[in-house]
Design a protein around this ligand. Structure first.
Ligand SMILES: Cc1cc2nc3c(=O)[nH]c(=O)nc-3n(C[C@H](O)[C@H](O)[C@H](O)COP(=O)(O)OP(=O)(O)OC[C@H]3O[C@@H](n4cnc5c(N)ncnc54)[C@H](O)[C@@H]3O)c2cc1C
Length: 397
């Protein structure tokens, strides 16, 4: 029997997860991955990589996705220590209002039911034992898990790319897909910048924020908007003197970055109608570092003034901008498109790291068997035809 030739375009965390699951579980798949730069060098390289069961970025409705991602990366670390770059710091989610407190309480419930350690504290002294310098006026409580932390998404992409290669996948770096051949509304192949033409049975679009441009090569107008993810790395003038967990507030989050602190505005606070937050820009124009806007710096310094003034006694060690690929409901777009053989693994927005293993597993299954698991069934492109699009991210905000 001839193999199904699957070409994945994009070697970020979504493309490499898909290549890994295809090559690991489907011996009748011939897997080709095209990455125009290096693996994990796009949005994946700009990510915070927070790896948390206590987290507000993906609503509890999608708990199975969060848990599968979490356990997949822990299993990577067991198989090959360091292969996911996991650093266990714990998470502290601070609840300033009742809906958020309920969200935190449920997060603790879900994490403990899955066998992890998590607690909800109303006592400010408990919270201060983790972060002594927080201002806790008006705070209702905090959810804490020592099991959480952050991973290195570029390391994960490279490990999964290597494991896929060991399984027989052809992982091409420095190879751009420059054209998509569509005949009778069916993808039949691609042209590349340096390796010529490839015949394909299926193309998986995993181009992250490049999607609005890439889809046009097949005549598709894919509904992806960019939101700016602006990161500031703060270097304390004096060492903080305590381990720094992943810190979550509704409007911003922070984590350690070696001896420094990484801060970023929470992605679910982004307003797709606000040109300071969102638009469609060319990701090739983004520098690796720098390029941040005063708007985000002002927003974050105001938050720190309210909640964590000690972090203003710092200097700026680094900053950068990433573009999250956000559909209008902040959830990915998975599965079929109007062009046969053009499969979507796009729009992972601010959750691509935690969603990567589920998307990779479920897209591999869809491509090879036609079966749609829950995440694929729930998040088709066709949902945008519905005027009453479900807004999952409004659950807590
Ligand atoms: C500041 C920031 C913080 C974040 N924090 C988190 C977090 O804590 N947790 C979480 O889960 N998510 C987080 N995210 C989101 C997460 O990083 C993204 O959702 C994820 O990295 C997207 O991965 P991707 O593979 O879809 O896209 P990308 O990593 O952008 O990969 C797309 C790849 O496609 C390649 N490509 C494009 N066009 C072509 C072509 N024509 N031919 C060949 N190759 C092509 C590009 O070079 C690129 O490598 C964060 C994002 C940012 C910016």
């Amino acid at each position: 029997m001839s193999k199904k030739r699957v070409g994945i375009v994009g070697g970020g965390i979504i493309g490499t997860s898909t290549a890994y699951f295809l090559s690991q579980h489907y011996k009748d798949a011939e897997v080709l991955l095209f990455e125009k730069n290096t693996l994990g060098s796009g949005t994946t390289a700009k990510s915070a990589g927070t790896h948390c069961l206590i987290d507000d970025s993906l609503p509890h409705e999608f708990w199975s996705v969060r848990l599968f991602g979490f356990e997949f990366y822990m299993d990577m670390e067991k198989r090959e220590p360091g292969s996911a770059g996991f650093e266990k710091t714990g998470t502290l989610l601070i609840a300033p209002y009742p809906e958020y407190e309920m969200y935190g309480l449920q997060a603790v419930d879900l994490a403990t039911a899955a066998g992890y350690t998590a607690e909800y504290w109303k006592d400010p002294e408990k919270i201060r034992q983790i972060l002594p310098d927080l201002t806790l006026d008006g705070v209702l409580g905090a959810a804490y898990s020592p099991d959480d932390g952050f991973v290195d998404p570029t390391m994960i992409s490279n490990t999964l790319g290597r494991w896929a290669r060991e399984n027989g996948a052809d992982i091409m770096i420095g190879t751009e897909v420059t054209d998509i051949i569509v005949e009778n509304n069916k993808v039949t192949g691609v042209e590349t910048s340096n390796k010529g033409h490839f015949d394909l049975d299926v193309l998986v679009d995993a181009t992250g924020p490049w999607t609005p441009f890439f889809g046009k090569l097949a005549g598709l107008d894919l509904p992806i908007i960019h939101t700016k993810a602006e990161v500031f790395i703060l270097e304390p003038k004096e060492a903080l003197g305590y381990p720094f967990p992943v810190l979550k507030y509704p409007r911003f989050y922070a984590r350690k970055d070696k001896e420094n602190v990484f801060i970023c505005k929470a992605h679910l606070t982004m307003d797709l109608d606000n040109p300071e937050h969102a638009g469609v820009w060319n990701p090739d124009d983004l520098p690796m570092t720098g390029g941040t806007d005063p708007y985000f710096w002002d927003f974050l310094t105001e938050e720190l003034l309210k909640h964590y003034p000690r972090l203003l006694d710092t200097s700026l060690a680094n900053d950068w901008v990433g573009y999250r690929a956000e559909p209008k409901d902040f959830m990915p777009i998975l599965g079929e498109s109007p062009v046969d053989g053009y499969v979507l693994a796009i729009g992972a927005g601010g959750n691509g790291v935690i969603e990567g293993p589920t998307i990779g597993r479920d897209i591999a299954r869809y491509v090879m068997t036609g079966e749609k698991a829950w995440f694929v069934e729930k998040l088709p492109l066709s949902r945008f035809e519905n005027e009453n699009l479900e807004q999952h991210h409004k659950v807590t905000w």
